[in-house]
Design a protein around this ligand. Structure first.
Ligand code: FES
Length: 173
């Protein structure tokens, strides 16, 4: 499966914007991921060709950068920051409540906690990567969006309602 024409055009625009091809690679990979959901070996090669770099550069960056996925992910991926400042504000409890509301069985411990809904449409993760929104903790990242101040049960119910809507609107649903 190849990238959409719109994504190819957007990647060309990124390449034209930067003096160095290497600088354009990360935004190009993000665009490709937005288009395809994750970065397969074929997609990485396609992006590298569009940017004009060896495939190995794209593979290296994709495996290094935590926000790029080289394995398939659910259409809705949710990452709760459970780094210390967020943990002190109740992030683990917020993650537990979201998991309960979505009937998700969590596995792993602390920064490796993860689970998914039975239909595989929504993934929950605990991460120790600070998103720079500690002052509005507890918070989570849904795709590129931040959902902050998840302090009450109502906040979490609203989050879960929004996640279900996103899952229904995901391509291929
Ligand atoms: S510690 Fe969670 S956003 Fe900074």
């Amino acid at each position: 499966m190849t990238l959409s024409a719109a994504t190819v055009t957007a990647i060309h625009a990124e390449v034209a914007r930067y003096p160095s091809k290497k600088t354009a690679l990360l935004p190009a990979l993000k665009l490709a991921q937005k288009d395809r959901g994750w970065l397969s070996k074929e997609t990485l090669g396609e992006v590298a060709d569009l940017v004009g770099l060896p495939h190995s550069h794209a593979v290296e960056l994709a495996t290094f950068y935590a926000m790029l996925f080289t394995e398939p992910v659910a259409p809705v991926r949710v990452e709760f920051c459970i780094q210390l400042p967020c943990a002190l504000a109740g992030a683990e409890a917020a993650l537990d409540k979201a998991a309960k509301l979505l009937d998700v069985e969590m596995q792993g411990t602390h920064g490796t906690r993860h689970g998914h809904t039975k239909d595989h449409q929504i993934e929950l993760h605990g991460t120790v990567e600070c998103y720079g929104a500690c002052h509005r903790a507890p918070m989570c990242r849904v795709g590129d969006d931040y959902v902050e101040n998840l302090k009450t049960d109502d906040d979490l119910k609203k989050l879960v309602g929004d996640l279900k809507i996103r899952a229904q609107q995901a391509p291929g649903h």
